[in-house]
Design a protein around this ligand. Sequence first.
Ligand SMILES: [Zn+2]
Length: 397
Amino acid sequence: MNPRRWWLAGAFFWLVLMGKPAGASAATPVEVHPKINATFGEQILFQARFSPAARVKKAVLFYRPAWQQAKTFFSEMTLEPDGTAFFAHDLRQTPFPAFVTVYYWFRLTLTDGSTYTSPSFAFVLTDTRFHWQTMEAPPFQVFWYRGSAGFARKIADAAAAGLKQAQALWNAPAPESVTIYAYASPQALQSALGLQNWAAGHASPRLGAVYVALPPGPEQEAEIRRLVPHELAHYLLYHAAGDLGYANLPAWLNEGLASVTERSPNPDYTAALEHAAQTGQWLPLSGLCAYFPNDASGALLAYAESASFTRYLLKRYGRTAIHTLVLTYAQGVGCREGVVQALGEPLPLLMRDWQRSITPHSTLAEALNRLLPWLLLLGAVAASLAAGAWVGRKSAA
Ligand SMILES: [Zn+2]
């Protein structure tokens, strides 16, 4: 079940619970009325009212943000005699990313010594620093806070075009719904995600949404067409591969498929590839399995190579084979073994074939090199024939 469905399930429980008449039944000895008050970047105030109040001796709150599957926080709540209870989570000390779904539930110790665990509830931690507007364009829902409705429309259009491209290129899955959060600056997005060493496209799929930074300016339109499909592709790969499977995708394949999904590709990639072809300073693909270089030029070449290599694989093997390659890696197969299993060729051989396919100049040079002795011989023969003819003409004259 995807996080949003869980959220819906949580909301459903909430409705079921809130819809019940007052008074505890045998199955639920205590009624639980939860309430959340959150200020992004500051605190989440978990509140609850338990009734009948006299039955509750102790309340422990459990909560888990959806992006940290393994980590559940818990703490005893302050319990008042009237049955209200509260606990504040300090987001300054332990930040959670914006718009993450947080699941929470209560374990109550009752006066008769028994314990009762409530159903699970959920809420979405809104980034309250900005005044958000929304646009529905199924399956997309765009959230933004700077710019006109036309800006949001362009984002939705770029997402639709990216989805079409991803499905045509590598059989990307059809999502039920995708929420896109558009921040107006990289800094705002960075602080929204509150994650150290965050890099675009790596953390956001796990949050169950697409996050993009699209500052206003002359480059914005091209950036929308590049970045929105790129991040959407990561999101779709996450849903195709699953949580653990996504983590096992080689970086070159993950970024390669995201790059070929872009609707206005990065023009710097061509120059980076040409430079590598001229100098022979390629990054071996086997070195781009787990992560990309940190330095700017290394990272640019890593993206350029991944995009070009992935495009080559798609052309040579077709989308069904590349979809199979994604699923092979999603099963935990190693970076070098995955291509052998799914495509029948080792990575260094594929890299050599790809490089030959994109550097026609060098193959022409190689061909000329091989022909050089013959050309010299031909030249010598032609020269001696010409000399013979000249001597012949001389003696005839
Ligand atoms: Zn990416």
